[in-house]
Unconditional design. Structure first.
Length: 155
């Protein structure tokens, strides 16, 4: 039997109380075997004065229902993911966030797998190093994440 989990205080600033732009990247545990190796991730944006957040994520089960896996919605981004509390992985606020809004939207629009669920595990020395994820693909295009998974810069 599943035990209820406390979700704690909200992580995303309330849009009614916080006028400045916000860019946040979240993750939450997933269930099943995948949960040993991966988390579900999503990107949330709020422009200056916006009343809600834009939420961008890839949801694999949407493909089985004939829908694009790239989900674009509006709402509160720090809600639990199927019972798992969200974890804030990265955040920018104010002028820095504002400068990223349009580039992130453009990167989402050019995401190469909107209708397909793609992951790419990188194994080095028999250790799973990373899983290629939607937020990494988008945020690398806008240079928000300055990281590389291998010496040659490839995922």
């Amino acid at each position: 039997m599943l035990e209820p989990k406390p979700f704690g205080e909200p992580v995303a600033p309330d849009p009614e109380l916080f006028d400045d732009p916000v860019v946040q990247v979240y993750g939450a545990n997933v269930w099943g075997t995948r949960g040993r190796f991966a988390i579900h991730t999503w990107v949330a944006l709020k422009g200056r004065g916006a009343e809600t957040y834009e939420i961008y994520q890839v949801i694999g089960w949407r493909k089985r229902r004939g829908r694009p896996v790239l989900s674009i919605s509006e709402g509160q981004p720090d809600k639990p993911w199927y019972g798992s509390p969200p974890i804030l992985l990265h955040e920018k606020r104010g002028a820095e966030a504002n400068s990223l809004l349009d580039p992130i939207r453009a990167a989402v629009a050019s995401y190469p797998y909107p209708d397909d669920y793609k992951t790419k595990a990188v194994v080095r020395h028999s250790i799973l190093m990373s899983v290629y994820s939607f937020p990494v693909a988008v945020l690398r295009q806008v240079d928000m994440l300055k990281c590389r998974d291998s010496e040659d810069g490839e995922m």
